[in-house]
Ligand binder design. Structure first.
Ligand code: PMP
Length: 441
Protein backbone atom coordinates (compact mmCIF):
# COMPACT_ATOMS: atom_id res chain seq x y z
CA UNK A 1 0.00 0.00 0.00
CA UNK A 2 2.73 2.40 0.88
CA UNK A 3 4.27 2.03 -2.57
CA UNK A 4 1.02 2.80 -4.38
CA UNK A 5 1.72 5.44 -6.98
CA UNK A 6 -1.32 6.79 -8.80
CA UNK A 7 -0.66 8.56 -12.06
CA UNK A 8 -1.39 12.21 -12.74
CA UNK A 9 -5.07 12.98 -12.56
CA UNK A 10 -5.90 10.03 -10.32
CA UNK A 11 -7.57 10.75 -7.02
CA UNK A 12 -5.41 10.27 -3.95
CA UNK A 13 -6.10 7.05 -2.13
CA UNK A 14 -8.27 7.43 0.92
CA UNK A 15 -7.60 6.22 4.44
CA UNK A 16 -4.32 5.87 6.16
CA UNK A 17 -2.27 5.70 2.99
CA UNK A 18 -3.58 9.11 1.86
CA UNK A 19 -1.88 10.79 4.77
CA UNK A 20 1.22 8.70 5.35
CA UNK A 21 3.18 9.33 8.47
CA UNK A 22 6.17 11.51 7.72
CA UNK A 23 9.26 9.57 8.69
CA UNK A 24 11.33 11.32 11.32
CA UNK A 25 14.25 13.11 9.77
CA UNK A 26 17.55 14.05 11.25
CA UNK A 27 17.70 17.77 10.61
CA UNK A 28 21.44 17.84 11.12
CA UNK A 29 22.14 15.87 7.99
CA UNK A 30 21.30 16.45 4.37
CA UNK A 31 18.63 14.14 3.02
CA UNK A 32 20.20 11.35 1.04
CA UNK A 33 20.08 11.77 -2.75
CA UNK A 34 17.73 8.81 -2.99
CA UNK A 35 15.21 10.20 -0.56
CA UNK A 36 15.46 13.73 -1.89
CA UNK A 37 15.56 13.09 -5.60
CA UNK A 38 12.97 10.40 -5.85
CA UNK A 39 10.90 11.14 -2.75
CA UNK A 40 9.96 8.58 -0.18
CA UNK A 41 8.02 5.45 -1.14
CA UNK A 42 5.48 6.59 1.44
CA UNK A 43 4.46 9.34 -0.97
CA UNK A 44 1.45 8.05 -2.93
CA UNK A 45 1.98 10.71 -5.60
CA UNK A 46 5.56 9.76 -6.27
CA UNK A 47 5.13 9.02 -9.96
CA UNK A 48 2.87 11.99 -10.53
CA UNK A 49 5.46 14.72 -10.00
CA UNK A 50 6.74 16.68 -12.98
CA UNK A 51 10.32 16.02 -13.98
CA UNK A 52 11.32 19.42 -12.61
CA UNK A 53 10.22 18.41 -9.10
CA UNK A 54 12.62 15.49 -8.97
CA UNK A 55 15.64 17.71 -8.48
CA UNK A 56 14.01 19.69 -5.67
CA UNK A 57 15.44 18.92 -2.28
CA UNK A 58 15.72 20.56 1.09
CA UNK A 59 18.85 22.66 1.27
CA UNK A 60 21.40 21.91 3.91
CA UNK A 61 20.67 25.29 5.45
CA UNK A 62 16.97 24.61 5.71
CA UNK A 63 17.48 21.21 7.27
CA UNK A 64 19.70 22.86 9.83
CA UNK A 65 17.38 25.57 10.96
CA UNK A 66 15.32 23.40 13.30
CA UNK A 67 18.37 22.52 15.34
CA UNK A 68 20.38 25.69 14.88
CA UNK A 69 17.52 27.78 16.25
CA UNK A 70 17.70 26.11 19.64
CA UNK A 71 19.03 28.68 22.09
CA UNK A 72 21.88 26.50 23.30
CA UNK A 73 23.33 26.26 19.79
CA UNK A 74 25.50 29.10 18.50
CA UNK A 75 24.34 29.31 14.93
CA UNK A 76 26.95 30.56 12.50
CA UNK A 77 24.76 29.04 9.80
CA UNK A 78 21.87 31.30 8.77
CA UNK A 79 22.02 34.57 6.89
CA UNK A 80 19.47 36.37 9.03
CA UNK A 81 19.98 40.10 9.51
CA UNK A 82 20.09 41.41 13.08
CA UNK A 83 16.76 43.17 13.34
CA UNK A 84 17.14 44.35 16.91
CA UNK A 85 19.17 47.10 15.28
CA UNK A 86 15.92 48.49 13.78
CA UNK A 87 13.68 51.11 15.45
CA UNK A 88 10.81 48.65 15.85
CA UNK A 89 8.50 51.08 17.67
CA UNK A 90 8.89 53.66 14.89
CA UNK A 91 8.14 50.96 12.29
CA UNK A 92 5.06 49.85 14.21
CA UNK A 93 3.69 53.43 14.17
CA UNK A 94 4.52 53.73 10.51
CA UNK A 95 2.67 50.52 9.64
CA UNK A 96 -0.35 51.67 11.61
CA UNK A 97 -0.31 54.97 9.75
CA UNK A 98 -0.06 53.24 6.37
CA UNK A 99 -3.20 51.20 7.08
CA UNK A 100 -5.03 54.10 8.74
CA UNK A 101 -4.39 56.58 5.94
CA UNK A 102 -4.03 54.39 2.85
CA UNK A 103 -5.65 51.14 3.94
CA UNK A 104 -7.84 50.69 0.87
CA UNK A 105 -4.71 50.80 -1.29
CA UNK A 106 -2.34 48.97 1.07
CA UNK A 107 -4.72 46.07 1.53
CA UNK A 108 -5.87 45.90 -2.09
CA UNK A 109 -4.35 44.09 -5.10
CA UNK A 110 -1.81 46.26 -6.85
CA UNK A 111 0.21 46.66 -10.00
CA UNK A 112 2.02 43.56 -11.26
CA UNK A 113 5.11 45.66 -11.83
CA UNK A 114 5.00 47.19 -8.37
CA UNK A 115 4.04 50.46 -6.74
CA UNK A 116 5.19 53.41 -8.82
CA UNK A 117 6.30 55.58 -5.92
CA UNK A 118 8.37 52.76 -4.50
CA UNK A 119 9.93 52.12 -7.90
CA UNK A 120 11.01 55.76 -7.98
CA UNK A 121 12.48 55.47 -4.49
CA UNK A 122 14.33 52.32 -5.53
CA UNK A 123 16.10 54.42 -8.16
CA UNK A 124 17.43 56.60 -5.36
CA UNK A 125 18.77 53.53 -3.53
CA UNK A 126 20.42 52.21 -6.69
CA UNK A 127 22.04 55.56 -7.45
CA UNK A 128 24.34 54.85 -4.49
CA UNK A 129 25.93 52.18 -6.70
CA UNK A 130 26.00 54.30 -9.82
CA UNK A 131 22.88 52.91 -11.48
CA UNK A 132 20.95 55.30 -13.64
CA UNK A 133 17.57 53.81 -14.56
CA UNK A 134 13.95 54.76 -15.17
CA UNK A 135 11.08 53.70 -12.86
CA UNK A 136 9.67 51.72 -15.82
CA UNK A 137 12.82 49.57 -15.81
CA UNK A 138 12.10 48.32 -12.27
CA UNK A 139 9.96 45.29 -11.39
CA UNK A 140 9.16 44.88 -7.70
CA UNK A 141 9.31 41.26 -6.57
CA UNK A 142 8.64 39.21 -3.47
CA UNK A 143 12.26 39.32 -2.36
CA UNK A 144 15.06 38.95 -4.85
CA UNK A 145 14.49 35.21 -4.51
CA UNK A 146 11.32 35.58 -6.59
CA UNK A 147 13.26 37.62 -9.12
CA UNK A 148 15.76 34.76 -9.43
CA UNK A 149 12.85 32.44 -10.08
CA UNK A 150 11.26 34.73 -12.69
CA UNK A 151 14.48 35.33 -14.60
CA UNK A 152 15.21 31.61 -14.71
CA UNK A 153 11.64 30.84 -15.72
CA UNK A 154 11.71 33.16 -18.72
CA UNK A 155 15.21 32.21 -19.96
CA UNK A 156 16.15 28.67 -19.04
CA UNK A 157 15.06 25.51 -20.82
CA UNK A 158 15.89 22.12 -19.31
CA UNK A 159 19.52 21.34 -20.10
CA UNK A 160 20.55 24.98 -20.69
CA UNK A 161 23.68 26.07 -18.90
CA UNK A 162 23.87 28.72 -16.20
CA UNK A 163 27.44 29.74 -15.47
CA UNK A 164 27.98 30.67 -11.83
CA UNK A 165 30.80 31.31 -9.39
CA UNK A 166 32.37 28.42 -7.53
CA UNK A 167 30.92 28.52 -4.87
CA UNK A 168 27.45 30.09 -5.42
CA UNK A 169 24.45 31.18 -3.35
CA UNK A 170 22.57 28.04 -2.37
CA UNK A 171 19.13 29.59 -3.00
CA UNK A 172 20.03 30.44 -6.60
CA UNK A 173 21.33 26.92 -7.20
CA UNK A 174 17.98 25.64 -5.94
CA UNK A 175 16.14 27.77 -8.51
CA UNK A 176 18.42 26.69 -11.35
CA UNK A 177 17.96 23.07 -10.33
CA UNK A 178 14.17 23.50 -10.23
CA UNK A 179 14.21 24.65 -13.87
CA UNK A 180 16.51 21.75 -14.79
CA UNK A 181 19.42 23.96 -15.72
CA UNK A 182 22.94 22.63 -15.70
CA UNK A 183 25.18 24.87 -13.60
CA UNK A 184 28.80 25.15 -14.64
CA UNK A 185 30.99 26.75 -11.99
CA UNK A 186 33.81 29.22 -12.68
CA UNK A 187 36.46 29.83 -10.00
CA UNK A 188 36.70 32.99 -7.99
CA UNK A 189 39.62 34.31 -5.99
CA UNK A 190 40.04 37.14 -3.50
CA UNK A 191 39.18 39.64 -6.28
CA UNK A 192 36.00 37.82 -7.31
CA UNK A 193 35.17 35.90 -10.48
CA UNK A 194 38.34 35.21 -12.50
CA UNK A 195 37.95 36.73 -16.00
CA UNK A 196 40.37 34.35 -17.77
CA UNK A 197 38.61 31.33 -16.27
CA UNK A 198 35.24 32.71 -17.34
CA UNK A 199 36.46 33.22 -20.89
CA UNK A 200 37.93 29.72 -21.01
CA UNK A 201 34.75 28.13 -19.66
CA UNK A 202 32.48 29.98 -22.08
CA UNK A 203 34.78 29.11 -24.99
CA UNK A 204 34.80 25.42 -24.01
CA UNK A 205 31.01 25.36 -23.62
CA UNK A 206 30.58 26.96 -27.07
CA UNK A 207 32.90 24.36 -28.55
CA UNK A 208 30.75 21.64 -26.98
CA UNK A 209 27.67 23.21 -28.55
CA UNK A 210 26.10 23.98 -25.16
CA UNK A 211 23.55 26.77 -24.79
CA UNK A 212 24.59 29.18 -22.05
CA UNK A 213 21.73 31.41 -20.96
CA UNK A 214 22.98 33.29 -17.92
CA UNK A 215 26.08 34.27 -16.01
CA UNK A 216 24.90 34.39 -12.40
CA UNK A 217 27.13 36.47 -10.14
CA UNK A 218 27.09 38.04 -6.68
CA UNK A 219 29.75 40.73 -7.17
CA UNK A 220 29.66 42.28 -3.70
CA UNK A 221 30.45 40.56 -0.39
CA UNK A 222 29.73 37.23 -1.96
CA UNK A 223 27.47 34.65 -0.40
CA UNK A 224 29.17 32.38 0.66
CA UNK A 225 32.73 33.38 -0.29
CA UNK A 226 32.77 36.88 1.24
CA UNK A 227 34.85 38.31 -1.63
CA UNK A 228 34.11 41.30 -3.88
CA UNK A 229 34.65 41.60 -7.62
CA UNK A 230 37.36 44.22 -8.08
CA UNK A 231 36.71 47.47 -9.96
CA UNK A 232 39.25 46.44 -12.65
CA UNK A 233 37.54 43.13 -13.30
CA UNK A 234 34.02 44.51 -13.65
CA UNK A 235 34.32 45.80 -17.24
CA UNK A 236 36.38 42.72 -18.16
CA UNK A 237 33.64 40.33 -17.00
CA UNK A 238 31.03 42.34 -18.90
CA UNK A 239 33.13 42.36 -22.07
CA UNK A 240 33.62 38.58 -21.93
CA UNK A 241 29.91 37.95 -21.34
CA UNK A 242 29.02 40.27 -24.21
CA UNK A 243 31.51 38.61 -26.56
CA UNK A 244 29.92 35.23 -25.81
CA UNK A 245 26.38 36.58 -26.03
CA UNK A 246 25.57 35.72 -22.41
CA UNK A 247 23.22 37.77 -20.27
CA UNK A 248 24.60 38.70 -16.83
CA UNK A 249 22.40 38.18 -13.78
CA UNK A 250 23.81 40.47 -11.10
CA UNK A 251 22.49 39.57 -7.66
CA UNK A 252 23.31 42.33 -5.21
CA UNK A 253 21.57 42.15 -1.83
CA UNK A 254 24.69 43.13 0.17
CA UNK A 255 26.24 45.92 -1.94
CA UNK A 256 25.41 48.73 0.49
CA UNK A 257 26.71 46.83 3.50
CA UNK A 258 30.39 47.56 2.94
CA UNK A 259 32.71 48.13 5.91
CA UNK A 260 35.05 50.63 4.28
CA UNK A 261 35.02 53.08 1.40
CA UNK A 262 32.29 53.80 -1.10
CA UNK A 263 30.28 51.11 -2.91
CA UNK A 264 31.80 49.96 -6.19
CA UNK A 265 29.83 50.68 -9.37
CA UNK A 266 27.28 47.95 -10.04
CA UNK A 267 27.73 45.90 -13.21
CA UNK A 268 24.37 47.33 -14.29
CA UNK A 269 25.85 50.84 -14.07
CA UNK A 270 28.42 49.78 -16.69
CA UNK A 271 25.99 48.00 -19.02
CA UNK A 272 22.27 48.69 -19.28
CA UNK A 273 21.49 46.15 -22.00
CA UNK A 274 23.59 43.14 -21.00
CA UNK A 275 22.67 42.91 -17.32
CA UNK A 276 19.66 42.03 -15.22
CA UNK A 277 20.21 43.55 -11.79
CA UNK A 278 18.57 42.22 -8.63
CA UNK A 279 18.24 44.27 -5.47
CA UNK A 280 16.58 43.66 -2.13
CA UNK A 281 15.51 45.39 1.07
CA UNK A 282 16.06 42.17 3.00
CA UNK A 283 19.56 42.90 4.28
CA UNK A 284 19.59 46.69 4.38
CA UNK A 285 16.16 46.89 6.03
CA UNK A 286 14.15 43.75 6.85
CA UNK A 287 13.45 40.49 5.03
CA UNK A 288 9.99 40.04 6.54
CA UNK A 289 8.48 42.56 4.14
CA UNK A 290 9.68 40.30 1.30
CA UNK A 291 10.42 43.15 -1.08
CA UNK A 292 13.12 43.01 -3.70
CA UNK A 293 13.37 44.14 -7.29
CA UNK A 294 14.76 43.48 -10.73
CA UNK A 295 16.03 46.01 -13.25
CA UNK A 296 16.08 44.63 -16.74
CA UNK A 297 16.36 45.72 -20.37
CA UNK A 298 12.97 46.88 -21.62
CA UNK A 299 11.70 43.75 -23.43
CA UNK A 300 12.96 41.47 -20.67
CA UNK A 301 11.22 43.62 -18.11
CA UNK A 302 7.88 43.12 -19.87
CA UNK A 303 8.33 39.34 -19.77
CA UNK A 304 9.28 39.51 -16.11
CA UNK A 305 6.07 41.37 -15.27
CA UNK A 306 3.97 38.83 -17.17
CA UNK A 307 5.78 35.97 -15.45
CA UNK A 308 5.31 37.59 -12.05
CA UNK A 309 1.61 38.26 -12.65
CA UNK A 310 1.10 34.64 -13.56
CA UNK A 311 2.69 33.50 -10.33
CA UNK A 312 1.59 36.05 -7.71
CA UNK A 313 -0.72 38.57 -9.51
CA UNK A 314 0.98 41.44 -7.71
CA UNK A 315 3.57 41.95 -4.99
CA UNK A 316 2.18 42.87 -1.57
CA UNK A 317 0.94 46.46 -1.50
CA UNK A 318 1.04 46.45 2.30
CA UNK A 319 4.75 45.66 2.25
CA UNK A 320 5.54 48.05 -0.57
CA UNK A 321 3.69 50.97 1.02
CA UNK A 322 5.36 50.30 4.36
CA UNK A 323 8.80 50.31 2.76
CA UNK A 324 7.90 53.39 0.77
CA UNK A 325 6.87 55.15 4.00
CA UNK A 326 10.09 54.00 5.66
CA UNK A 327 12.19 55.40 2.83
CA UNK A 328 10.38 58.74 2.84
CA UNK A 329 10.11 59.28 6.61
CA UNK A 330 13.06 57.48 8.23
CA UNK A 331 16.80 57.98 7.98
CA UNK A 332 17.40 54.85 5.89
CA UNK A 333 20.92 55.92 4.96
CA UNK A 334 21.72 56.30 8.68
CA UNK A 335 20.21 52.88 9.32
CA UNK A 336 22.44 51.32 6.66
CA UNK A 337 25.45 53.00 8.29
CA UNK A 338 24.43 51.58 11.66
CA UNK A 339 24.16 48.11 10.12
CA UNK A 340 27.59 48.52 8.50
CA UNK A 341 29.12 49.28 11.88
CA UNK A 342 27.27 46.48 13.62
CA UNK A 343 28.32 43.88 11.06
CA UNK A 344 31.90 45.18 10.88
CA UNK A 345 32.26 44.65 14.62
CA UNK A 346 30.94 41.10 14.19
CA UNK A 347 33.23 40.44 11.24
CA UNK A 348 36.14 41.55 13.43
CA UNK A 349 34.99 39.22 16.21
CA UNK A 350 34.78 36.36 13.72
CA UNK A 351 38.17 36.78 12.07
CA UNK A 352 39.80 37.52 15.43
CA UNK A 353 38.39 34.30 16.91
CA UNK A 354 39.38 32.29 13.84
CA UNK A 355 42.94 33.57 14.15
CA UNK A 356 43.03 32.68 17.82
CA UNK A 357 41.34 29.27 17.76
CA UNK A 358 41.72 27.84 14.24
CA UNK A 359 45.21 28.83 13.09
CA UNK A 360 45.49 25.80 10.79
CA UNK A 361 42.40 26.82 8.78
CA UNK A 362 42.28 29.68 6.27
CA UNK A 363 39.45 32.10 5.59
CA UNK A 364 38.40 35.11 3.59
CA UNK A 365 38.22 38.48 5.35
CA UNK A 366 35.11 40.10 3.88
CA UNK A 367 34.95 43.86 3.53
CA UNK A 368 31.17 43.79 3.92
CA UNK A 369 28.14 41.54 4.02
CA UNK A 370 27.47 38.59 6.29
CA UNK A 371 29.84 35.71 5.53
CA UNK A 372 33.31 34.32 5.70
CA UNK A 373 34.40 31.22 3.78
CA UNK A 374 36.62 28.92 5.76
CA UNK A 375 38.91 26.26 4.40
CA UNK A 376 39.45 23.48 6.91
CA UNK A 377 42.81 21.94 7.67
CA UNK A 378 43.86 19.22 5.23
CA UNK A 379 41.76 16.07 5.23
CA UNK A 380 38.72 17.38 7.15
CA UNK A 381 35.19 17.16 5.75
CA UNK A 382 32.81 19.93 6.86
CA UNK A 383 29.75 17.96 5.84
CA UNK A 384 30.74 14.82 7.71
CA UNK A 385 31.69 16.90 10.74
CA UNK A 386 28.40 18.80 11.00
CA UNK A 387 26.49 16.38 13.25
CA UNK A 388 29.40 16.42 15.69
CA UNK A 389 29.48 20.22 15.57
CA UNK A 390 25.79 20.44 16.36
CA UNK A 391 26.31 18.06 19.26
CA UNK A 392 28.99 20.51 20.42
CA UNK A 393 26.32 23.26 20.08
CA UNK A 394 27.67 25.13 17.11
CA UNK A 395 26.23 25.18 13.57
CA UNK A 396 27.57 26.25 10.18
CA UNK A 397 26.78 25.50 6.56
CA UNK A 398 29.05 22.93 4.90
CA UNK A 399 30.66 24.07 1.67
CA UNK A 400 28.94 21.33 -0.31
CA UNK A 401 25.67 23.32 -0.18
CA UNK A 402 27.17 25.93 -2.50
CA UNK A 403 28.09 23.73 -5.42
CA UNK A 404 26.01 22.09 -8.09
CA UNK A 405 28.44 19.18 -8.04
CA UNK A 406 30.05 17.38 -5.11
CA UNK A 407 32.73 19.96 -4.29
CA UNK A 408 33.11 21.97 -1.12
CA UNK A 409 33.69 19.27 1.48
CA UNK A 410 36.78 21.07 2.74
CA UNK A 411 34.96 24.39 3.22
CA UNK A 412 32.29 25.85 5.44
CA UNK A 413 30.38 29.13 5.44
CA UNK A 414 30.34 31.01 8.72
CA UNK A 415 27.85 33.86 9.15
CA UNK A 416 28.60 36.71 11.50
CA UNK A 417 25.38 38.67 10.93
CA UNK A 418 23.10 37.40 13.69
CA UNK A 419 25.02 36.32 16.80
CA UNK A 420 26.57 38.94 19.07
CA UNK A 421 30.38 39.25 19.03
CA UNK A 422 30.51 37.33 22.29
CA UNK A 423 28.45 34.47 20.86
CA UNK A 424 30.56 34.48 17.70
CA UNK A 425 33.72 34.03 19.77
CA UNK A 426 32.07 31.26 21.77
CA UNK A 427 30.87 29.58 18.55
CA UNK A 428 34.32 29.62 16.98
CA UNK A 429 35.83 28.30 20.22
CA UNK A 430 33.36 25.38 20.12
CA UNK A 431 34.10 24.83 16.45
CA UNK A 432 37.82 24.67 17.18
CA UNK A 433 37.10 21.96 19.74
CA UNK A 434 35.22 19.95 17.11
CA UNK A 435 38.05 20.40 14.57
CA UNK A 436 40.60 19.29 17.16
CA UNK A 437 38.47 16.22 17.85
CA UNK A 438 38.35 15.38 14.13
CA UNK A 439 42.10 15.45 13.75
CA UNK A 440 42.34 13.02 16.68
CA UNK A 441 39.80 10.60 15.09
N1 PMP B 1 20.63 36.43 -3.27
C1 PMP B 1 21.55 36.25 -2.32
C2 PMP B 1 23.00 36.23 -2.71
C3 PMP B 1 21.17 36.06 -0.99
O1 PMP B 1 22.11 35.89 -0.06
C4 PMP B 1 19.80 36.07 -0.67
C5 PMP B 1 19.30 35.85 0.74
N2 PMP B 1 20.09 35.08 1.55
C6 PMP B 1 18.88 36.28 -1.69
C7 PMP B 1 19.32 36.47 -2.98
C8 PMP B 1 17.39 36.30 -1.44
O2 PMP B 1 17.03 37.38 -0.65
P1 PMP B 1 15.57 37.98 -0.55
O3 PMP B 1 14.63 37.07 -1.30
O4 PMP B 1 15.26 38.01 0.90
O5 PMP B 1 15.63 39.32 -1.17
Amino acid sequence: MTSRTPGAGALPPTGAAATPAVPPTDPTTTPSPTASTHGTRLDPWLDAYADRAHGMRASEIRALFAVANRPEVVSLAGGMPYLEGLPLDVLADMTRRVVATRGTVALQYGSGQGDETLREQILEVMRLEGIDAHPDDVVVTTGSQQALDLVTRIFVNPGDVVVAEAPSYVGALGVFRAYQADVVHVPLDEHGLVPAALDETLTALARQGRTVKLLYTVPNFHNPAGVTLSAERRPQILAIARRHGVLVLEDNPYGLLGFSGEPLPALRSLSSDGVIYLGSFSKTFAPGYRVGWAVAPHAVREKLVLASESSILSPSNASQLSISAYLSTCDWRGQIKAFQELYRERRDAMVGALGEHLPDASWTVPDGGFYTWVRLPEGLDAKAMLPRAVTARVAYVPGTAFYFDDRGHDHMRLSFCFPTPERIREGVRRLAGVVAGETEL
